[in-house]
Design a protein around this ligand. Structure first.
Ligand SMILES: [Zn+2]
Length: 445
């Protein structure tokens, strides 16, 4: 036991600390928490991680998450001891993150207008449950196991419930999934049912379902696995780790994500902050977050489209009242998040403050794209032989839009994350039936 991991409030002037066994997702004052490590991992681990790609029979080397286990060692175990690993670390037999790495996709590059060599797209949909969520679920459920939780709880627009349900079934623990009634793609919900999760329907949208799930977790002894859980963020750091490793730890100019609850933005930011502090990378890639036009909280606030003030992390002093007024404005005007890309149909991003911190550290940007643009992005990925969901299409068209605006430069190296696999079968079917769509191949008779 190294005894070097603990939890710490993200707001510097608060800074409350908690032992690593704590299941709080917030400090007493309601701020989000970070998992922190006192030790500084040696850059020589790069070589160790590379060697583990030859797994030699260890599922923890095979796993794209646990291969990097020294950089997320909140269990404080001797990570070389495979027996100890199997006692503590939760894994889907090494499959989480195993197939995830960046690829060149020439048709997507042509569509965007970037040189093929400069564009990398990393499909996270090839995780066992079909989305990037398995990365962070491996770590969150590991922490749940560490504290002896009997039930994990989440609110979900689909992908989280599929992942939580799969991990819960594998670990033999219960799983309650809170969903906004009638708003979830049936294909996504069917996975949670299949894995034996208990579905709890909540009147309202995702934000309402999350609120109720957090209340119920606290009152009825559940363990929350939504991305407000700081241990989720730890596992999701391996998404940029894998991309960077593939690029020989030469940082790209940009890392681009669709923006929903902002767990990915937060985890990418934390990963980059840590790698930079440890001296593993010399350059800090800029993060671009692509919101849907119908669920554009981050983009609106970050770009000063509400009350003419650009919301910033501001070195740990963000104007949280501006956020509250924005949410009041949404409520008063009856504005609900609305996009067919349900994975990012989120009006109140739970990780907004961590997201802002990530954008400040990386000099990041936020923008929006329309549903029809996202469908084009999704479809052109398909033409390269890769499957992705509509929200992932935001990454592709977001890069295109930012290039058009001259923000991403022609010779910049860009890594885009494709967050999930297609789970709503009718989306591509409907897209291709409409001959007006850019990449439509309508049926012939
Ligand atoms: Zn605090």
């Amino acid at each position: 036991m190294q005894g070097d991991a603990y939890l710490k409030c993200i707001i510097p002037k608060c800074g409350l600390e908690y032992p690593i066994e704590s299941t709080n997702v917030q400090c007493e004052k309601g701020h989000l928490l970070d998992v922190k490590y006192k030790n500084k991992p040696s850059p020589e681990l790069k070589e160790v991680f590379y060697k583990r790609r030859n797994s030699e029979g260890s599922i923890f080397n095979e796993s794209g998450v646990w291969r990097f286990r020294e950089l997320l060692n909140f269990c404080q175990i001797d990570t070389e001891n495979i027996e100890e690993c199997s006692k503590y670390l939760v894994s889907l037999d090494g499959a989480e993150g195993r197939q995830s790495k960046p690829y060149h996709m020439s048709k997507a590059a042509d569509f965007i207008g970037i040189a093929n060599d400069n564009l990398w797209l990393q499909p996270e949909g090839y995780n066992p449950s079909g989305s990037f969520k398995d990365n962070g679920m491996a770590t969150a459920v590991t922490h749940a196991k560490m504290v002896g939780a009997k039930k994990i709880v989440c609110a979900s627009t689909g992908n989280t419930s599929a992942s939580a349900g799969m991990f819960a079934a594998n670990e033999g623990i219960n799983c309650d999934v809170y969903i906004p009634a009638g708003q979830i793609a049936p294909g996504k919900l069917s996975q949670a049912y299949q894995f034996g999760a208990q579905i709890v329907e909540v009147d309202g949208n995702f934000d309402d379902a999350l609120k109720q799930s957090l209340d119920d977790a606290q009152n009825y002894d559940g363990y929350t696995v939504n991305s407000v859980n700081p241990f989720r963020i730890e596992g999701q750091k391996t998404i940029p780790f894998r991309a960077l490793e593939y690029l020989n730890w030469e940082a790209p100019d940009w890392i681009v994500y669709p923006g929903g609850a902002l767990g990915n933005t937060s985890s990418c930011g934390k990963a980059l902050m840590e790698l930079y502090e440890w001296g593993w990378i010399k350059k800090i890639p800029r993060i671009a977050v692509i919101n849907s036009e119908g669920a554009s909280t981050l983009s609106d606030l970050y770009n000063g489209e509400f009350e003419n003030e650009k919301l910033r992390w501001n070195k740990g002093n963000p104007n949280t009242e501006l956020i509250s007024r924005y949410y009041d404005h949404l409520d008063n005007e009856g504005i609900r998040p609305k996009t067919k890309a349900t994975a990012i149909q989120i009006g109140r991003p739970a990780n907004i403050l961590k997201g802002l911190r990530a954008l400040e550290f990386t000099n990041g940007v936020a923008t929006t794209v329309s549903d029809s643009e996202m469908l084009d992005g999704m479809s052109v990925v398909g033409l390269n032989g890769f499957d992705c969901e509509m929200a992932s299409g935001a990454t592709v068209v977001g890069i295109k839009k930012l290039m058009g605006e001259g923000i991403i430069k022609k010779d910049d190296v860009v890594v885009g994350i494709l967050t999930g696999r297609q789970k709503d079968a009718m989306i591509p079917v409907d897209y291709h039936k409409n001959t007006e769509n850019t990449f439509a191949i309508p049926p012939r008779n």
